[in-house]
Design a protein around this ligand. Structure first.
Ligand SMILES: Nc1ncnc2c1ncn2[C@@H]1O[C@H](COP(=O)(O)OP(=O)(O)OP(=O)(O)O)[C@@H](O)[C@H]1O
Length: 267
């Protein structure tokens, strides 16, 4: 397994936020973590990358690429973050430097990876890779985009830049935490299709986190539904999202269907 989480419990000094959570992701697998706001999805993702806030205590085990995450030194973790896992967040603006042209921002993880691999880190070599990544995430007008600042491009384009930066690390696991929530519906669908296609083509495993069942259904092969920090149901996406066994999942699926029907009725 690429990511193995066993009996993970997270909490502050006086509150339990995630309890007894276990799941694993195989190399190349697309896994969906579903749950309403506050159910503990983001904390779980942060725990998997060793980025938990200092106030949060963790027990259980997390193994990423064969290495333990909980209790690992910052040095080991930063190596693991570069090579094994990269994350795309809901709001790409938080991950981008407002004062740096987008091309230079994409160049940072490219140069880090080339240095790690002992590759050519000269300016032309890095620029070639940046250009290839910009094309891979299908950003329009690459020459303009490379020189543009974050506020000069659209939200969907910023998310494509964030995806390019994640791909630049050549991770074995990509974590996407609500990557489409801040976008309009059309852009959402484009980003979901892009992400799914890229991870499939590159053989990268995906941990896709969302409260939106329809979106997760398009992306994931297997899903886990969380409620108030606990796993409610897990299984193949096609089964859980069409024939859920647990009452809570059934109510989520029914609510999503009602929403779809209302949209169709209103169209
Ligand atoms: N640093 C922190 N200190 C204390 N409590 C925290 C901290 N970070 C998160 N929490 C709490 O942990 C719970 C789970 O948060 P988390 O962000 O993982 O939920 P989520 O399912 O990702 O929801 P959302 O989709 O809204 O981000 C929430 O009740 C939140 O208030």
């Amino acid at each position: 397994m690429l990511l193995d989480i066993a009996d993970l419990t997270l909490g502050t000094r006086d509150t339990t936020l995630v309890q007894g959570l276990s799941f694993s992701i195989a190399p190349g697998e697309r896994f969906g973590l579903i749950g309403e706001s506050g159910s503990g999805k983001s904390l779980t993702a942060l725990a998997a990358t060793g980025l938990l806030p200092p106030a949060i205590r963790a027990t259980g085990t997390i193994t990423l690429g064969g290495e333990p995450v909980l209790g690992a030194s910052e040095r080991r973790l930063s190596r693991l973050r570069g090579a094994a896992v990269a994350t795309v967040f809901q709001e790409p603006l938080t991950a981008l430097d407002p004062l740096m042209p987008l091309g230079r921002q994409i160049a940072l993880p490219v140069r880090r990876r080339l240095a790690r691999e002992g590759g050519d880190t000269s300016r032309p070599a890095v620029a070639r890779e940046v250009r290839a990544l910009v094309e891979q995430v299908r950003l329009p007008d690459p020459d303009r985009l490379i020189r543009a600042f974050p506020h000069e491009v659209s939200g969907g384009q910023r998310q494509r830049v964030a995806i390019a930066m994640a791909l630049a690390c050549k991770p074995r696991l990509l974590i996407a935490d609500e990557p489409t929530t801040a976008l309009d519906v059309t852009t959402q669908a484009e980003i979901v299709a892009l992400l799914t296609g890229l991870v499939r083509d590159e053989g990268i495993a995906l941990l896709f986190i969302s409260h939106d069942l329809a979106v997760v259904g398009q992306v994931a092969e297997r899903v886990l539904v969380m409620r108030a920090g606990r796993a409610v149901e897990t299984g193949p996406a096609a089964r859980v999202l069409t024939a859920p066994e647990e009452g809570y999942t059934r109510s989520l699926v029914a609510a999503a269907r009602r929403f779809d029907t209302a949209l169709e009725g209103g169209a």
